[in-house]
Design a protein around this ligand. Structure first.
Ligand SMILES: *Cc1c(COP(=O)(O)O)cnc(C)c1O
Length: 388
């Protein structure tokens, strides 16, 4: 008798349960914002990437509705066939202007932008040097490319330099790949030092600005602007789905790079173009980011306020180093993190437990928004204080 080829799935799932690694969705049934309805209950939302509160902004909603009325719901094809609209080009020009690059290209998600870009730029004869804490899309892009991958210790430029000295000359091209704001930690990559090493060892640099676009830098261009690296020869990946409140990804860089990606990035060529609604909403968000810097200022103020409250009242908890709106409280085990997440939810605070394999150590991850009020931070700190 042949055995059931799917029989392995159930015991594998049981193992996930046993380790407290099991995950499932939670239903949010309201517009996004600082306060949301989660499974029928009102909670303060510290789980959102909507840092500037734009995903529920009336102007983005109206832009999406107007684009849907004009161009329909689906884009009906890939960009090179029937999917291209003038709106896509307008959005790409707006991104290039924000990032001060020659050109930009929009993908259907940030994940696809990383997969397609890395696979287009390097191959079997090439080397990728990657920060060990890089986002899943960067890691899988590296695998897809077929290049040799060497990880360097998190944000450790001495280690990066050692690895370059040891491996660089054996390969044709070299691509250094890093998150700019690390998505599950909140700290920043040492971009200026990376740029210097890249010049010295003749490497391309891909920096993933998913959690920095709209947030860091004087004009909201991201970590590249924050570190005064604007104009450097970088490959800047971003997402339209976090501070920009829409859906989609993007790459900004030289005109040659972008033209090459249009011809070689499989996750752009062979997938349906961004919908008119998502495109128009992202375009509206970029305009707001440029016209309303006060949102960024308020976000920075909010982060400072929460950090201060936590240092005053929760000094016994370990806060991971952060220079972004992502603050993490480190906990001993996945079970501890789960318990804390559930107790917080019971206290009306939505701040998720992040566990292995997403991160090496368990934690509660807190995302600050520009639209949070002092009372929200007080309730969070009180709820954490009641647990620990
Ligand atoms: C969220 C995220 C992505 C993926 O972006 P999506 O648009 O959500 O697919 C890529 N890189 C990093 C660092 C992220 O945090």
């Amino acid at each position: 008798m042949p055995t059931d080829p799917y029989a392995w799935i159930e015991p594998s799932l049981a193992t996930i349960h046993k380790a407290d690694w099991y995950r499932s969705e939670q239903t949010l049934d309201s517009r996004p914002g600082a306060v949301v309805q989660l499974e029928g209950r009102e909670v303060i939302n510290f789980a959102s990437n909507d840092y500037l509160g734009l995903a529920g902004d009336e102007r983005l909603i109206q832009a999406a509705v107007a684009a849907t009325q004009a161009f329909g719901t689906g884009s009906t094809g890939s960009r090179l066939l029937s999917g291209h609209r003038e709106l896509h080009r307008e959005l790409e020009k707006a991104i290039a202007f924000l990032k001060q690059t020659e050109d930009a290209i929009v993908f259907s998600s940030g994940y696809l932008a990383n997969l397609g870009t890395i696979a287009a730029l390097v191959g079997k004869r090439d080397l990728i040097l990657a920060d060990q804490y890089n986002h899943s899309s960067l890691k899988n892009g590296a695998i897809l490319s077929g290049a040799a991958v060497v990880n360097y210790a998190h944000c450790d430029t001495e280690d990066l330099k050692r690895q370059l000295a040891q491996h660089r000359k054996k390969y044709r091209r070299c691509l250094i790949v890093t998150d700019s704001v690390f998505s599950m930690d909140g700290d920043l990559c040492p971009l200026p030092e990376i740029v210097v090493l890249a010049e010295k060892f003749s490497c391309m640099v891909l920096v993933d600005e998913a959690h920095a676009t709209g947030i860091l830098g004087a004009t909201g261009a991201g970590c590249v602007e924050h570190f005064s690296c604007t104009g450097k020869p970088l490959i800047q990946v971003g997402t339209l789905s976090k501070a920009l409140g829409s859906l989609g990804g993007n790459v900004a860089g030289s005109a040659t790079l972008i033209d090459f990606l249009r011809n070689r990035a499989p996750s752009w060529i062979y997938t349906t173009a961004l919908s008119p609604a998502d495109t128009a909403a992202a375009l509206a968000a970029i305009q707001i980011i440029q016209q309303e810097p006060e949102r960024r200022v308020q976000l920075t103020r909010n982060v400072d306020t929460l950090k201060q409250l936590m240092t005053q009242k929760l000094s016994h908890l370990k806060l991971l180093p952060s220079e972004s709106p992502i603050l993490c409280v480190q906990l001993a085990s996945p079970t501890d993190a789960l318990t804390a997440g559930n107790k917080l939810k019971a206290a009306g605070v939505f701040a998720p437990a992040i566990r292995p394999p997403t991160v090496p150590t368990s934690r509660i991850r807190i995302s600050v928004m520009a639209t949070h009020k002092l009372a929200h931070f007080q309730q969070l700190v009180d709820a954490l204080g009641a647990i620990y």
